[in-house]
Ligand binder design. Structure first.
Ligand code: ATP
Ligand code: MG
Length: 417
């Protein structure tokens, strides 16, 4: 049996990479326009970074983390999400000493031991944005705006932005008590996970994927009536900015997130074309997180785009790999003659290839077609004696002779035309 990749871990093949690049480049363009800086953090953190921040009773910490003891006896975890590690880095390097508001992005793989299915992998990829150091409602809107902008620029249609406010430490507890009471009444109908959650972290029951639990939660009391003036006002302002920006939204009072550190604004961007795993981007405000991880008591708001899910929505690029020039050198003398030319063109940034093996013209033309060459330069021994080479346009099939002395600039002219 040949060795296969680990279940839920996927190779990104050369044919698919174009799409990844397109997504990354559009995201970078948007981040540049919004004044974000990139940060790159390790894939591995001390387990406590996640246990302390995400919350002990979440799906992620309870059953999805890749945690192991390393050879020094430390408990380490492959990051299941980016925010906690990023906040750890911000604290560790005191980035706030340089600027009162940090606007950062990072991209890369996350790891969760979930059941692999369409749109759900064990190694998946996110584009993350974090804006820290401000409580301003406009920063919440800006984070949503960035996600919306990236998805729109990629041509995604029928997206739905769902938004909710979870309340804050001032108003959340009252609601939580009320919800607890409701859950006590329906306790025996909840799944075993939710029975536990209902006692310790009742909000989490809203996030259960179990159908029976969902039905029960559809009748649960909602936190809308419990929001304090500050939270209600904040939400109103975030929504008003969204309206100004023409970003449509629906208020979903059942929306909670899979991580404990969220307060106030929470949102998801959903695509109807994704089936069960329909959330392409998600995020919210996490004002207590920096402090929980030993940093300053500063607010923050962020989002993550699930790149693998997003890619399921994009048309595969039909265009294969393409290079500017393929060199069909015939015979050892020609093979040697062309090397300085290749060196020059590659320095200029042209994509140039030639065959590694000595082959006949027919075989080399076939290879040029396979690699998607725009032009082929045919360099035969006889032609070289006459100080001539042949350039063939693979699209029009036109070909003409070029003097050897002029070949460098002739090719450059053709390719840049
Ligand atoms: P879900 O409810 O789908 O499990 P989540 O609440 O666990 O999502 P977040 O932690 O908010 O997801 O992650 C943000 C985004 O990352 C998700 O909206 C999704 O697009 C993507 N994502 C999360 N888990 C996976 C996974 N296992 N495979 C692929 N993409 C994922
Ligand atoms: Mg999840």
């Amino acid at each position: 049996m040949p060795i296969r990749a680990v279940r839920g871990f996927k190779d990104v093949l050369p044919d698919e990479i174009e799409l990844w690049h397109r997504v990354e480049s559009i995201a970078r363009g948007v981040f540049n326009a919004f004044g974000l800086k990139e940060i790159r953090i390790p894939l591995l953190e001390k387990t406590e970074v996640f246990a302390r921040s995400i919350g002990e009773l979440t799906d992620i910490v309870e059953k999805e983390m890749y945690t192991f003891i390393d050879r020094s006896g430390d408990s380490l975890t492959l990051r299941p999400e980016a925010t906690a590690g990023l906040v750890r880095a911000v604290n560790e390097h005191k980035l706030f000493a340089q600027s009162p508001v940090l606007k950062l992005f990072t991209t890369g793989p996350m790891f969760r031991h979930e059941r692999p299915q369409k749109g759900r992998l064990r190694q998946f990829h996110q584009i993350n944005v974090e804006v820290m150091g401000t409580k301003a409602p406009f920063s919440d809107t800006e984070v949503i705006w960035m996600a919306w902008d990236i998805l729109e620029k990629l041509g995604l249609k029928d997206l739905r932005l769902e938004i909710n406010s979870l309340g804050c430490p001032a108003c959340m507890p009252m609601y939580r008590d009320n919800l607890k009471e409701y859950l006590e009444g329906v306790f025996q109908h909840l799944c075993p996970d939710c029975q536990r959650r209902s006692k310790i972290n009742p909000l989490r029951v809203f996030d259960c994927k179990n159908e029976a639990c969902r039905k029960i939660m559809a009748k649960a009391p909602l936190n809308r009536e419990y929001l304090c003036t500050e939270c209600a006002d904040h939400m109103e302002k975030v929504l008003a900015f969204l309206k100004t920006l023409d970003i449509p939204f629906v208020i979903n009072p059942y929306l909670v997130r899979g991580l404990d550190y969220y307060v106030m604004t929470t949102f998801e961007i959903v695509s109807p074309d994704l089936g069960a795993q329909s959330t392409v981007a998600a995020g919210g405000r996490y004002d207590g997180l920096l402090k929980a991880l030993g940093g300053p008591d500063l607010p923050g708001v962020g989002m993550a785009i699930g790149v693998d899910r997003l890619l399921l929505l994009l048309e595969k690029d039909k265009k294969g790999p393409s290079i500017d020039l393929f060199i069909a050198a015939l015979g050892p003398k020609a093979g040697k003659e062309v090397i300085p030319w290749i060196k020059h063109w590659r320095r200029q940034g042209l994509a140039v290839q030639m065959s590694y093996e000595e082959k006949g013209l027919k075989a080399q033309m076939k290879q040029a077609g396979r690699v998607g060459a725009c032009y082929v330069l045919i360099v035969g021994e006889d032609e070289l004696d006459k100080k001539q080479v042949v350039v063939r346009d693979m699209m029009t099939r036109d070909q003409h002779e070029v003097p050897v002395d002029d070949v460098i600039s002739a090719v450059e002219r053709l390719v840049s035309a």
